[in-house]
Design a protein around this ligand. Sequence first.
Ligand code: NAP
Length: 515
Amino acid sequence: MIALRSHLQGRWIEGGSPQVLVNPATEEPLAQAGSGGLDLAAALDFARGAGGPALRELTFAQRGQLLAAMAEALQAHRDELIDLAVRNGGNTRSDAKFDVDGAAFTLTTYAELGRGLGEARFLVDGEGVSLARSPRFHGQHLLVVRRGVAVHVNAFNFPAWGFAEKAAVALLAGMPVVSKPATSSAMVAHRIVEILIERQALPAGALSLLVGGPGDLLEHLGPQDVVAFTGSSETGARIRVMPAVLRNSVRVNVEADSLNAAVLGPDADPGSETYDFFLKDVLRDMTQKAGQKCTAIRRVLVPAAVADRVRDDLADRLAPITVGNPAQEGVRMGPLATASQRDEVRRGIDLLARDGRLVYGAADVKPVGVDPGRGFFVGPVLLEVEPGAEAPSVHSHEVFGPVATIVPYSGRPAEAVEVVARGRGGLVSSVYSEDAAFTTDVVMGLAPHHGRIFLGSAKIAETSPGPGTVLPLLVHGGPGRAGGGEELGGLRGLAFYLQRVALEGPRPVIERMIK
Ligand code: NAP
């Protein structure tokens, strides 16, 4: 069994107290990773002291070139990374491509944005303003890169994309990164960093990797540092109140849970293009990555008049989904990432079933291509609640697996908005309708509760990847339960790593400075 090493202070180093990483389909041990005994304070100092200055010396365009080289490196090793994601992540090949290609696409997008920013090393924020009757007394906002380190703590479900979406933005801004992947699926992120180090794609200290538990990493954060976290609400809440974070006002971004909803409009008759588009997106989100996507549709709001039809149509489409070892040909859905995720999902299904009834599937499934009793499998499960039911668990408990609940509603936009808002803040929700008035009412009602809203019209059915795909040019994050964070969004994402500073003084001096 190989021992994964961290890359800290410019060298590979093995930590103690390792945990074993397994193939979640077969439970075969694959590697071990531990962070015990590592000097994480020194690791952060090295990133700040070596990586920070090296990146700040570069222009945005030059940093963009680094990102382009990173994307190229990932593409050159695409097959190898996909194989690793199949083995260590339980991904089907299609799931693994989604992760690895998503990572490369995000890096490429930010490389392009860097090119567009050209020779600058800081950003000018808005127009200058006159601060007195005399135009000589002038004000101007700038965004300058912070002098600290960006610590990235990632969830297990997207080891490649999760790494890249955070690293691309921080590196383009000019901040060195210490990336900590979730331990259970760390092999992909570990290999990516290994590839980047082998290629010397980045200056020394610009990218460090910590495998294994977080140890005391976050206890050494200082006032110029930032933490971008993706994972459960509980861990996010714990990070926010860490003494070093509070004491030093460390900037924290949390991307957490979400009870994403899809609302079918009353105009989208069964058999229409819009209806089929809606079914396709629900089905994809239930089964892609075995439902382990923070953006997956969990609540399926449909007009009560068509609820039976939607249930039957979804059940028909779920029936041919073969669950099993993703290394085997023909398998459409793999296992969950860990035994504890599987147990959590089973518990979650029981909880949701108390609000209504199970209408398709069962937590137990006979996976193909694995020895009996092996692997962390759960089959796709569809539940349904009564129209008008309170359904407290459906609207408050995220089941991070191939599980969705049909929630019938009257077809009135105000009711759809009220029901979706019970989720107390989400990453993305969607509305499937060709009725402009209905769509507008639902979108405007949902907007304050979400980071992104997907307008599911047949007009974009051919080109859209659906609401579950995070696009680098649009913001990712959401209020409340979703963590209150915001990532990506094109250049908007840079702001997290930059300090906004207001200059006030003589206009000619300021204008010369920012030219
Ligand atoms: P998790 O248990 O909270 O772990 C997330 C990360 O935090 C892992 O790297 C974990 O490391 C680390 N961690 C655990 N305890 C920590 C602590 N005390 N201090 C610092 N880091 C700590 O979440 P998960 O089970 O991996 O992910 C599933 C959850 O993530 C789901 O609820 C899902 O909705 C959410 N998610 C959200 C998004 C989004 O963009 N909003 C995306 C993906 C997933 P170890 O693995 O070493 O324990």
